[in-house]
Ligand binder design. Structure first.
Ligand code: NAP
Length: 316
């Protein structure tokens, strides 16, 4: 499968433009799904403590390596620090748990999952801790970031970055970071193109990973009223026309729109046909007019907003 990559700063690592999301993949099928994704050509896996399936994802990776499908060096593994581990002494604790669960000896990219610090929950009490009772325990981001930098110095993490950060938080972080954030990981789909934030982050040397590329689809099953009320992207008229023109699916057009603009994508699918379809996006090109049409669809509609489901309005 032809794929392309982005160069990360300051490490020089290559991050594939196409990756695979692992949120909401059930534990009992995660090893098998990850194995099939590697067979289909995916090389980047987007994981997190919060997804509750890092052990099983790791088993899939281990089997694929053992069977000779891929080497560890050919894979790019991302994981994320959960909100309950922002204190400096909890960062290595949480990271080592993720590393052990995945069965790896290093991680390519470790992200602060949200700019939100919740009260520490010991592993033996609950893992993953999820949002719990949302009890906040403010920790300045510079403390968390210094602990993330120590992980880079230990050699166990190749790159660090942030997720769900706004431009103002990035400006602040960039003012003191000794190891600059390599990646900004944010919600990006045709209903929320996040253009200004992306432009700013790219101008500061960060690469972008867009998540929830299929917009409402992932949030309907969570009961989100905003997602239920939106026209599903797979039925949206403009996208359907562009897809028909290229003899591709709407899913492929959305992913192509992003990678063509150097935004990495991480679609999730447990279905072998859709999973393979989502990887087949490097053999066609959207015209400038088609790119503009999709760029013009932003409402904007944000679906992953802790202000709505956790009463912590980070985007207010
Ligand atoms: N940093 C963060 O805060 C954050 C937040 C959200 C997500 N993420 C990451 O981003 C990844 C992707 O986002 P996401 O899981 O929210 O959603 P997504 O990839 O946008 O969409 C997944 C949904 O679309 C369906 N689907 C996949 N391919 C399809 C196709 N070709 N045609 C029709 N339907 C298709 C899937 O169903 P099937 O599985 O049945 O195919 C699933 O219901 C996550 O898995 C996670 O790794 C990060």
């Amino acid at each position: 499968m032809a794929t392309e990559s982005l160069t990360l700063h300051p490490s020089g690592s290559k991050m594939p433009l196409l990756g695979f999301g692992t949120w909401k993949i059930p534990k009992d099928s995660a090893a098998d799904v990850v194995y099939k994704a590697i067979e289909a050509g995916y090389r980047l896996f987007d994981c997190a403590c919060d997804y509750g399936n890092e052990i099983q994802v790791g088993q899939g990776i281990k089997k694929a390596i053992a069977d000779g499908l891929v080497t560890r060096e050919e894979l790019f593994i991302t994981s994320k620090l959960w909100n309950t581990y922002h204190h400096k002494e909890h960062v290595p604790l949480a990271f080592n748990r993720t590393l052990t669960d995945l069965g790896l000896d290093y991680i390519d990219l470790y992200l602060i999952h949200f700019p939100i610090s919740l009260k520490f929950v010991p592993f033996e009490e609950r893992y993953p801790p999820e949002w719990g009772n949302m009890e906040q325990d403010p920790v300045p981001i510079h403390e968390t970031w210094a602990a993330m930098e120590s992980l880079v110095h230990s050699g166990k993490v190749k790159n660090i970055g942030v997720s769900n950060f706004t431009a103002v938080l990035l400006m602040d972080l960039l003012s003191y970071a000794k190891v600059k954030p390599a990646v900004l990981h944010i919600e990006v789909h045709p209903y929320l193109n996040n253009a200004d934030l992306i432009k700013f982050a790219q101008s500061q040397g960060l690469q972008i990973t867009g998540y929830s590329n299929f917009g409402p689809t992932s949030y309907v099953e969570l009961g989100s009223p905003a997602a239920k009320n939106a026209v599903p992207l797979f039925k949206e008229e403009n996208l359907s026309k562009i897809a028909a023109h290229h003899n591709k699916t709407v899913a492929q057009v959305i992913l192509r729109w992003l990678v063509q603009d150097k935004i990495a994508v991480i679609p999730k699918s447990v279905n072998p046909v859709r999973l393979a379809q989502n990887a087949d996006i490097f053999n066609f090109k959207l015209s400038t007019e088609e790119m503009d049409t999709i760029n013009g669809m932003s409402i904007p509609l944000r679906l992953n907003d802790p202000g709505v489901y956790a009463n912590i309005p980070i985007y207010a």
